[in-house]
Design a protein around this ligand. Structure first.
Ligand code: ADP
Length: 479
């Protein structure tokens, strides 16, 4: 357990601080919430050495024991959920209800990992003249888990839970904006009595330098990254001559298609949730709405009403639906996309500006709906990561699919309608990895999560989530 405020580094079973620390800032009030240790390459090397020492023992630990740690960690999160949600909301800015939901989801993910880790089955192939064959699955070895600030609990716990369940030691590298909730959660996991070296955590303001030191070492066998496409592609480029497993969960630019036979009230509610959850700072956020032209006006008037009713404020204030964006750069990007769209003819139906309040100097933007959006606008192809919905219409199903697929991203897509045959045909032709059919929240522990194209590779969750942390060994037997 960390015994001083900035002892946020976990290395070889011991919480420690570093010569330098950095401030953690509340994005709503800009007040300093606390300090975290600023680790560098030296601590990274110590962490990897500890993980490498622990790898054989953890791989040999029976899966039932590993599962026991994960179930205990899930119970630990549930027991302290209220206190953890308050911290998560303050550090990231998200509404308290969303923070609670994220933590409950993290606990469920740990339980899924605990169950699925015990089912990492192999196969026996039919015997030929020599004998049968076996397909075995072995833990890949030390894993580096790099996680973002937007879902600082669930992204971290998903990687840590699945890797530990599969038998891999982990070095967690939480985002510099949200190290405190990460530390609190990893403390719960460590306190289940994990052997030294099975879990490490490195907080830092120098991710490139620290991660570079780890990537240069062959003992690191896997990188699991969630964050921007730019940084993810950079990690792939740094691979050099050390080939290792790499899972990437990167940006998205999700379309939502609303057919004319949809339940419009439910579709409007779904689009508003899918867009404005976490103030739009989610890689699965609805970025582009394509609505059939015959129901556009009806749908938009419902969306307009629901959006105008959203309450902006501190995440931990009662009734807040939209908290601050994480930083000034995020806010400037949103503002630029809105100005570009309006300059090219988009109509602002709701919002459109920075949201200001003299008591809250943080980075807020009004929930915004833009109609008449066209493909030449930045918002049609650049991820927004903010509370702005871009709306366009379609006439035919072919046109809807073509518009939806016209992006380098391929993470999540949403379809609202009632005609199952039409929905099925559409899903079949959309190049995305995750789908919500009349469902704005398509992320579940049982389902593999991940994208196509520049949104990523490999999957997290589902049975595939354990696969991502195992190597395959094929064994030919001759009797
Ligand atoms: P975002 O733009 O959402 O902050 P980033 O991709 O910058 O996303 O950050 C996601 C995670 O990647 C964070 O943990 C961050 O510290 C880490 N990161 C940022 N830059 C690098 C880098 N050059 N090498 C490795 N990790 C990085």
């Amino acid at each position: 357990m960390p015994d001083t405020a900035a002892a946020t580094l976990l290395i070889d079973g011991r919480w420690q601080s570093a010569p330098a620390t950095f401030d953690v800032v509340d994005p709503a009030s800009l007040a300093v919430l606390g300090q975290a240790a600023d680790a560098g390459p030296e601590q990274a090397r110590d962490a990897l050495a500890a993980a490498a020492r622990a790898a054989r023992g953890w791989a040999d630990t029976d899966p039932e024991t590993r599962s026991g740690h994960l179930r205990a960690a899930a119970a630990g999160i549930r027991a302290r959920q209220g206190e953890l949600a308050a911290l998560l909301s303050r550090e990231n800015g998200k509404p308290l209800a969303e923070a609670n939901g994220e933590l409950a989801g993290a606990a469920r993910m740990l339980e899924w990992a605990a169950e699925e880790g015990r089912r990492a089955y192999g196969r026996v192939t039919p015997a030929n003249a020599a004998g049968p064959g076996l397909v075995l699955r072995a833990p890949v070895g030390p894993v580096l888990a790099i996680t973002p600030w937007n879902f600082p609990a669930s992204m971290l716990i998903r990687k840590v839970g699945l890797a530990l369940a599969a038998g891999c030691p982990v070095i967690a590298k939480p985002a510099e904006q949200t190290p405190l909730i990460a530390t609190a959660l990893l403390e719960i996991v460590q306190d289940t009595g994990l052997p030294n070296g099975v879990l490490q955590s490195l907080t830092t303001t120098r991710p490139a330098e620290l991660v570079g030191a780890l990537l240069a070492d062959r003992r690191l066998r896997k990188v699991s990254f969630t964050g921007s496409t730019e940084v993810g592609l950079g990690l792939l480029r740094q691979t050099g001559d050390i080939l290792r497993r790499t899972s990437l969960e990167m940006g998205g630019h999700s379309p939502a298609i609303v057919f004319e036979d949809a339940d419009l009230e439910a579709a409007a509610a779904g689009v508003v949730t899918g867009k404005f959850f976490n103030a739009g700072q989610s890689c699965t956020a609805v970025n582009r709405l394509y609505v059939h032209e015959s129901v556009r006006d009806d749908l938009l008037s419902l969306i307009e009403k629901k959006t105008a009713a959203l309450k902006v404020g501190r995440g931990d204030a009662e009734d807040t639906n939209i908290g601050p964006l994480i930083d000034e750069a995020g806010l400037a990007k949103v503002e630029n996309q809105v100005a570009d769209a309006v300059g090219k003819g988009a109509r602002v139906l709701v919002g459109g500006n920075r949201w200001t309040d003299s008591a809250l100097p943080g980075h807020f933007f009004e929930p915004t709906v833009l109609a008449d959006v066209t493909p030449d606008m930045l918002i049609s192809h650049e991820e927004t990561f903010g509370p702005v919905l871009a709306v366009a219409t379609f006439r035919t199903d072919d046109e809807a699919v073509e518009l939806a697929n016209a992006t380098d991203y391929g993470l999540a897509a949403y379809v609202f309608g009632t005609d199952l045959r039409r929905i099925w045909r559409t899903l079949d032709r959309l190049d995305f990895g995750v789908f919500g059919v009349n469902d704005p929240a398509p992320v579940r522990p049982e389902l593999p999560f991940g994208g196509q194209k520049n949104s990523g590779q490999e999957r997290e969750g589902g049975a595939e989530g354990i696969d991502a942390y195992t190597e395959t060994k094929a064994v030919a037997l001759r009797f």
